[in-house]
Design a protein around this ligand. Structure first.
Ligand code: IMP
Ligand code: ZN
Length: 358
């Protein structure tokens, strides 16, 4: 329950956290954009204008913003610098474990290839490791549904190759992109193939009311894939599309974790306010639901902000927050050793804060 004697914002900042849903190109900070502008000799104000959604806008407008961002982050140097800066900023926010995802891009004008794109991210992660930052970073290769099944297969081949060559630093694939384009059902063979190769799956599903594709993907993948659901906003809203109750049953039966991005959903107008966010629905069923930022730059939020918002809305105190943070560790894609280390970090934090018995 709420603990009136503490500053929740401050506690949420200090709390060791895990971030499982962050897209590279939307996770920049304004500080980083200004530095990049100065570095490239561009007028700062023109450069940073409108690169953050300040008020709620339909999902389509968010996608128009992503296109603009792709025009900025298109060289090897920009991708390297962006990846380093995103990792450092999450570390400063006391994120101890980060799964960062991005769509590998082929940009002939800058000589960028999909392989070079992901290799550049890997290089940045390793360089941050060498600097001794107190954060473990793993990468997911994104499949953009707008690019179709053939490009998705290329992404899975690349993820598989990198998983081998990096000893698991790359550990899975993400499925994202404009949910109004294409049908996720067409990608099922690609998801099953990825899982067979040992890649983990984080799939944007039910971000908008798309019951048929969501049900098809869940039915096909729940048994044989290690997976999480990105957003899942309409998974339980079968009141809007009767006859789709199985979606919720599958999610509960297979305990498929849900990545909940409160600020992103509100700004994209798929959810009205924190009080009606589906975080509460799943959390109250003790189903794994992990607070994430989605794009801390585009949506102007930090992971601390997300924790604070939820804590204030639902009356979480220190103990609830630490217990919640501990529960999120179960849903990371890394194995037991990393999980144990994270739990230990959180327990030590709890002792320092005089929260015992968790
Ligand atoms: P990138 O993959 O690093 O370029 O990050 C931006 C991309 O992530 C966008 O072009 C979309 O494909 C994807 N993305 C970011 N946010 C969302 C979302 O809320 N729904 C679906 N896709 C998203
Ligand atoms: Zn997302």
């Amino acid at each position: 329950m709420a603990d009136g004697s503490i500053n929740i914002d401050d506690f949420c900042h200090r709390l060791p956290k895990v971030e499982l849903h962050a897209h590279l190109n939307t996770s920049y900070s304004m500080k980083f954009l200004r530095e990049l502008a100065r570095h490239n000799g561009i007028a700062e104000e023109d450069f940073v204008q409108d690169l953050c959604l300040k008020e709620a806008k339909p999902l389509d407008e968010g996608f128009a913003l992503f296109v603009r961002l792709h025009q900025i982050f298109k060289t090897e140097e920009a991708i390297y610098r962006l990846t380093c800066s995103v990792i450092k900023e999450f570390a400063e926010d006391n994120v101890k474990y980060l799964e960062l995802r991005s769509t590998p891009k082929m940009i002939p004008e800058t000589g960028m290839t999909r392989d070079l794109y992901m290799q550049t991210m890997v290089r940045a992660v390793k360089d941050c490791e060498k600097e001794g930052l107190d954060i473990t970073v793993r990468l997911l290769v994104s499949i953009d549904r707008r690019h179709g099944v053939e490009v998705a297969r290329i992404a899975v081949d690349l993820a598989d190759k990198l998983m081998q060559s990096t000893q698991g630093l790359v550990l899975g694939v993400d499925f994202s992109g404009d949910p109004k384009v294409g049908d996720a059902t067409d990608f099922i063979p690609v998801f099953l193939d990825a899982a067979k190769r040992g890649l983990k799956l984080s799939l944007h599903l039910a971000e908008i009311p798309l019951y048929e594709e969501t049900k098809n993907v869940l039915q096909a993948c729940c048994r044989s894939c290690t997976m999480r659901i990105g957003h899942g906003t309409f998974l339980h809203r079968y009141d809007l599309g009767k006859g789709h109750e199985e979606m919720e049953d599958i999610v509960l039966q297979w305990k498929i974790p849900i990545e909940a991005c409160v600020t992103s959903n509100i700004l994209s107008k798929t959810v009205d306010c924190p009080g009606t966010h589906h975080f509460h629905y799943w959390h109250s069923k003790q189903h794994p639901v992990i607070l994430c930022t989605d794009g801390k730059g585009a949506f102007g939020c930090s992971l601390t902000d997300e924790y604070s918002k939820v804590a204030k809305e639902f009356g979480f105190g220190k103990r609830d927050l630490l217990a919640y943070a501990l529960s999120t560790v179960d849903s990371i894609f890394e194995g037991d050793q990393v999980k144990q280390r994270l739990r230990e970090t959180m327990r030590v934090f709890g002792q320092k804060e005089s929260i015992n018995g968790l």
